[in-house]
Write a protein that binds this ligand. Structure first.
Ligand SMILES: [Cu+2]
Length: 171
């Protein structure tokens, strides 16, 4: 079920660019991927969240099966859901996100998200992180995620200390 594309990570080479960049919309077949960004991380913070929106203009369901990052950025990527359970926000890895035909997948703080696991260097606002998304039908798609400062993200309910606190060993 789960696949990692290590060769892609190596091939991507220099992953973190320090020049300010804006995430570009990416169109692949009937998919449109937009508003991609990653949350800045503090020094020593092992994991971080990243978010995209995927519009499916096709006639069949699409599935996002995995996300990976260059080895210079992190150990790996995971797909996570976040839910309230017994009064706590719990993050869990899931094998896929579905995007219904004509529908949209919206990843956002406090909800479903991409998890960057085992971050090598802190993610600095304004830099860019490359992510490789693996879709069931569309295949492999590379997107640039702009790193946003915490203050730029207005959503509430996203517990960053929780993100920071759950280390790679728990996965
Ligand atoms: Cu997570």
């Amino acid at each position: 079920m789960k696949q990692f594309f290590i060769s892609t990570g190596i091939a991507l080479g220099l992953a973190l660019s320090l020049s300010p960049a804006t995430a570009k919309d990416v169109k692949v077949g009937s998919l449109k991927i937009e508003h991609g960004y990653a949350m800045e991380t503090r020094p020593g913070q092992p994991n971080g969240g990243a978010f995209i929106e995927v519009e499916n203009r096709g006639k069949r369901v699409e599935r996002l099966l995995s996300v990976s990052f260059p080895k210079t950025v992190s150990e790996r990527g995971e797909l996570h859901t976040m839910k309230h359970e017994n009064g706590k926000m719990i993050m869990r890895e899931v094998p896929k996100f579905e995007i219904p035909a004509g529908g949209k997948l919206k990843l956002q703080p406090g909800g479903d998200h991409l998890m960057i696991i085992g971050i090598k260097e802190p993610l600095k606002p304004g830099s860019t992180v490359k992510a490789t998304l693996q879709f069931e039908n569309a295949g492999k798609v590379e997107v640039d995620l702009t790193v946003k400062a915490r203050g730029d993200i207005k959503k509430h309910g996203h517990d960053e200390s929780h993100h920071g606190g759950h280390g790679p060993m728990k996965h």
